[in-house]
Design a protein around this ligand. Structure first.
Ligand code: AMP
Length: 507
């Protein structure tokens, strides 16, 4: 294997690092430590990525794309630029391709192997889409690693004391909170939580809305062509205002010509905090939930690490100090995730060579529970039966045995849910798994469905039709639970006949 890199594919900015000659280095892209995760399409078909694209965001907003990580894994989301349609996966592919090329130039060899980081709270579809973008960009994705874990690796490597670390990661578009136990370079994630629709962009949005109300901008002006250029201009000015408020108590926003008027406002930190309090509260709720899931109290946490550009906001630092304890703020806050990924990449690509860092072990957990809908015998109600619970160590498996209920039934349909609740809803349904019955029969046919989640948190299914004698007695253990390792080995060894599985995660 050649040199492997670590990539932090962020909503607002991306970064890349490599571990070599005994230390971790951030690889500059266009001479900077981070690259805006922005792409822009020019009339002549040229695609700009990074700084050059960000510069075009408000000259040509309709053909420029930012923050598309918020939509990755959403199959309905497409962008229309010039005469083509572009998906969030295409955007990620272009960003990753640029990173691969820049990293190859810096290292002096063709780079292929990479660890890419993702929010801990990413769903299976979001993970799968990220991996696909990596492959389309010519990368061999060694593993997807969650961002808080990567930060903990970069922070905690070689620290001798055993610690329980909480990582609070608020970036441009996502929020994650993880609790990890770190013991002698073993990084074990105990619990994760988060919100993949909460980040710095939402803070900008809240202030933008407030200023637009002050300017009395009507809906039709907002939606016009000029309107979107003006909104983009306003958003950029608001982001600067927000950053200034991380340093001082007052900041001015001045735009001479916008929406047919001019904007000249002073915003103080008190107003800013008031307008964004509800966003911050959502992160506090998640902190409490993750502590509860880990069975810990705030006194058990030895260190809180802040990650992500939005943790530069003073209100974030204050609230974390109040809720848990005074946080640690890394000097290289924008690079720490890529650096942790680079350490992991070096471990995975050459685990036995002297050139690798201290060997590390990383255990991550599932970010959501997965279940299927079945009629509960006692109540006769349609309920979710969880096959894999949230915060289960990766990789993991779950299985269910299903029966046909009518003679000559041709298929079995399983509704698959991603939810912590037992109540099935349309929002939590991620798809339908269809098990085709190979030989429909008068008597009931039994099938087994196996769900597997790999090291990167990606879910796959396999299933088989089984004879009653082969499975039903053999696969239940004495405690009444399914013997999953046995089912797994039967499915994988070809003992059971696989049937066609169609999973339609068309949401
Ligand atoms: P990341 O995805 O980690 O690069 O975080 C990007 C987010 O951090 C964006 O929403 C930025 O506006 C925000 N950000 C960067 N610097 C600051 C700052 N000094 N104060 C507040 N937010 C910031």
């Amino acid at each position: 294997m050649g040199t492997a890199i670590g990539i932090d594919l962020g909503t607002s900015n991306s970064a890349v690092a490599v571990y070599r000659r005994g230390k971790v280095e951030t690889i500059p892209v266009d001479g900077r430590k981070t690259m805006p995760s922005v792409i822009s399409y020019k009339d002549n078909g040229q695609i700009l990525v990074g700084n050059a694209a960000k510069a075009r965001l408000y000259i040509d907003p309709l053909n420029s794309i930012a923050s598309s990580k918020r939509f990755i894994g959403n199959r309905d989301k497409v962008y229309h630029v010039h005469n083509r349609t572009v998906t969030p996966v295409d955007v990620a592919k272009n960003i990753l391709e640029k990173i691969r090329v820049e990293a190859s130039k810096y290292i002096g060899e063709e780079v292929k192997d990479a660890v890419i980081t993702i929010p801990a709270y990413f769903t299976d579809e979001q993970r799968e889409a990220t991996r696909k973008a990596g492959e389309m960009a010519g990368l061999n994705v060694l593993r997807l690693l969650s961002e808080p874990t990567a930060a903990a690796i970069a922070y905690g490597l070689d620290k001798e004391r055993n610690q329980t670390i909480m990582v609070y990661d608020l970036g441009g578009g996502t929020f994650d909170v993880s609790i990890l136990k770190v013991e002698n370079n073993n990084f074990r994630v105990v619990a994760v939580d988060g919100d993949s629709m909460l980040g710095g962009d939402d803070f900008d949005e809240a202030i933008t809305e407030y200023l637009m109300k002050k300017l009395n901008v009507s809906g039709s002006v907002k939606n016009s062509n000029n309107g979107s250029t003006a909104i983009q201009q306003l958003k950029e000015a608001v982001e600067e205002l927000k950053k200034e408020l991380s340093e001082s108590d007052f900041a001015d926003i001045t735009i001479p010509d916008i929406f047919g008027t001019h904007l000249d406002e002073e915003v103080d930190i008190h107003t800013f905090n008031q307008l964004t309090q509800s966003l911050l509260d959502r992160t506090i709720d998640k902190i409490q939930e993750v502590l509860k899931a880990a069975g810990l109290t705030k006194n058990d946490i030895s260190r809180v690490i802040l990650v992500g550009g939005s943790t530069r906001m003073r209100a974030v630092q204050e609230v974390v100090a109040k809720q848990i304890k005074q946080p640690y703020i890394a000097d290289n806050i924008d690079e720490i995730v890529a650096q942790g990924a680079a350490i992991m990449a070096a471990n995975l690509s050459a685990p036995d060579l002297d050139s690798t860092p201290v060997p590390i072990e990383v255990e991550e957990v599932t970010s959501h529970s997965i279940g299927i809908g079945l009629i509960e015998m006692e109540t006769n109600e349609f309920k979710v039966f969880h096959l894999i619970n949230k915060n289960t160590k990766l990789p993991c498996t779950g299985a269910e045995i299903c029966f046909t209920i009518q003679p000559y039934q041709k298929e079995l349909r399983l509704q698959v849910y991603r939810t912590e609740s037992r109540i099935p809803t349309d929002e939590s349904k991620i798809g339908e798994l269809t098990l085709k019955i190979h030989k429909p029969q008068a008597q009931e046919v039994i099938a087994v469905a196996l769900f597997e989640i790999d090291q990167s948190g990606i879910l796959t299914f396999s299933s088989a039709e089984v004879g009653r004698e082969s499975l039903i007695f053999r696969s239940y253990q004495e405690d009444g639970n399914l013997d999953i390792p046995l089912i797994e080995s039967m499915l994988h060894s070809g003992d059971l006949r696989p049937v066609k599985v169609v999973i339609n995660t068309n949401k």
